[in-house]
Design a protein around this ligand. Structure first.
Ligand SMILES: NC(=O)c1ccc[n+]([C@@H]2O[C@H](COP(=O)([O-])OP(=O)(O)OC[C@H]3O[C@@H](n4cnc5c(N)ncnc54)[C@H](O)[C@@H]3O)[C@@H](O)[C@H]2O)c1
Ligand SMILES: O=C[C@H](O)CS(=O)(=O)O
Length: 481
């Protein structure tokens, strides 16, 4: 049972125009705990009509919000950041209850989410324009940046707070207002963030949070000409659908989509460093991150030692409900997710893979983290995103071979490479066809860096100085004097 210090953070209503509302027809959806299937609570099942009202509220709030100075908006974002940290324990408890991740990871995500609000509170004050030297004596030419307008955000369940802050932070800093649709599995983190935005003094209508019928809500967001930008984080399939739906109103779009990260270990790598990097890159959030090591490539000379050491470390991982102290791997989000990982495991074994540890379906949505050696490109785990605690290890010979294998995917989000050869580190970071590359480290995400992918892993970047550009329009002014 949830035992929050601040009970008002558990919001079982949607936030539209500063009011907490239910669905017009009173419909609700259960929210369940993936660790035991228990019902945590309910949230409204909103649809097209309510979403249109949220968009209209965001449009009404635009003039006042964009009329504030960047510094004024920044102070309010900073206050929102401060409140998230003040309530970190409650927000983490909510997240672990609805998403399943261990409490320590949930606490970390709240800090990670808040960092985007802090970062963009300042970046909003640096949306510089420019003056262009005029070719005509009686003209002056300048470029200014203005907020794109009403934004819509659709976010996934695996990082229920950070994926919202990574969008709402730059949107609000730029002077935009926003309507947020969280994943149906994890609405409470989003609704609690909405509550804290209100407490921070962010005016009604600037931040709106709607839960319910994803297809209907997304349809209203993408069809409305009032919505000038859609930012989506989720699977590539849904991203493509939303891209098509946005075409009719020519919206700006940001897409943070699926991944299939290669994790490459050369003979000259530091073995312990590579194993610990693989543990972090593979098993964070029970393997349910878009940047998880999906394929682990190990050069022949270090392969057996690496597999033995990795399997030993994986065997030590403590699996259990996220609220229990010491748990390192929680449940998968639902039975379908666990089934998918089991299917990939069975496929790999049927095609010659050798199981070194784990792979048992413990109970419900729990799987024991697994290491499979002798993996091959014919296996499903080579071409499909696993999104679970399964580590397939592929043996390779030469640098050119592993680069070809690593790039043999439609995805291009994150890649990792372990080597102590400086030239090889440069060649791999340049040759890997991915938006982000970790060299001798298994975790690259931070608010100061541009997060995003190439190919079918997405469009645009989130975080860093680049992250606010997608929420701004450039205006060129030519003035006769
Ligand atoms: N690139 C990134 O930053 C990033 C981050 C997290 C997750 N992901 C990807 O997301 C996937 C897992 O998350 P998921 O299962 O929530 O993805 P998903 O695509 O199933 O759902 C993402 C969001 O889209 C909504 N949605 C689903 N169908 C919709 C529709 N027809 N119209 C409008 N909205 C719709 C869902 O309710 C949810 O809010 C993985 O592929 C993972 O790689 C990518
Ligand atoms: O899964 C999606 C997240 O963006 C991963 S990270 O926490 O940003 O590395």
């Amino acid at each position: 049972m949830l035992n929050l210090q601040d009970k008002d953070l558990l919001r079982q209503a949607c936030l539209i125009d500063g009011d907490w509302i239910g669905a017009d027809d009173g419909a609700v959806d259960d929210v369940t705990n993936p660790a035991d299937g228990s019902v945590i609570g309910r949230v409204p099942r909103l649809g097209d009509a309510e979403t249109r009202r949220a968009i209209e509220a965001a449009e009404r709030a635009m003039p006042e919000w964009r009329g504030k100075t960047a510094k004024q908006r920044g102070l309010l974002l900073r206050r929102w950041h401060d409140l998230m940290l003040e309530h970190q324990e409650d927000l983490a408890a909510l997240m672990t209850a609805e998403q399943g991740k261990p409490l320590d990871e949930a606490r970390g995500e709240i800090g990670f989410a808040a960092s985007f609000l802090e970062w963009f509170a300042e970046e909003g004050r640096r949306t510089y324009g420019e003056v262009i030297p005029s070719p005509m004596g009686d003209r002056r030419m300048m470029v200014v940046k203005q907020p794109v307008g009403v934004c819509a955000a659709i976010t996934p369940w695996n990082f229920p707070a950070a994926m919202i802050a990574r969008k709402a932070g730059p949107a609000l800093a730029a002077g935009c207002t926003i309507v947020i649709k969280p994943a149906g599995q994890t609405p409470y983190s989003a609704l609690a963030m909405g509550e804290l935005a209100q407490r921070a003094g962010i005016p009604a209508g600037v931040v709106n949070v709607v839960t319910g019928d994803a297809r209907a809500i997304g349809g209203a967001m993408t069809a409305s000409p009032r919505v000038r930008k859609l930012s989506f984080t989720g699977s590539t399939g849904i991203g493509k659908l939303l891209l098509r739906q946005c075409a009719d109103t020519v919206k700006k779009v940001s897409m943070e989509l699926g991944g299939n990260a290669p994790f490459i270990v050369f003979d000259d790598a530091d073995l312990e460093q590579a194993v610990e990097g693989a543990m972090l890159a593979k098993f964070r959030n029970a393997g349910q991150t878009c940047v998880c090591a999906n394929r682990i490539f190990v050069q022949a000379g270090i392969h057996d030692a690496f597999v033995e050491r990795l399997a030993a470390r994986v065997a030590e991982l403590r699996v259990g409900p996220g609220h229990e102290a010491g748990v390192e791997v929680g449940p998968l989000i639902d039975a379908a997710a666990a089934d998918k990982v089991e299917q990939q495991l069975r496929d790999a074994l049927a095609k010659g893979g050798k199981l070194h540890v784990g792979g048992e379906r413990l109970s419900g949505n729990f799987l024991s983290p697994a290491v499979i050696a002798e993996a091959t490109p014919e296996m499903a785990c080579f071409s499909e995103e696993t999104f679970g605690p399964l580590a397939p290890v592929f043996r390779f010979g030469e640098e050119a071979e592993v680069l070809r294998l690593a790039n043999d995917t439609e995805y291009g989000l994150a890649a990792y490479c372990y080597t102590r050869d400086l030239g090889r580190a440069w060649r791999m970071s340049e040759g890997l066809d991915y938006g982000m590359v970790g060299i001798n480290n298994g975790h690259v995400s931070t608010c100061e860096a541009p997060f995003g992918g190439v190919k079918e892993s997405g469009l645009g970047r989130e975080g860093a100085r680049q992250g606010i550009e997608d929420y701004l329009e450039i205006k060129y002014v030519n003035m006769a004097i």
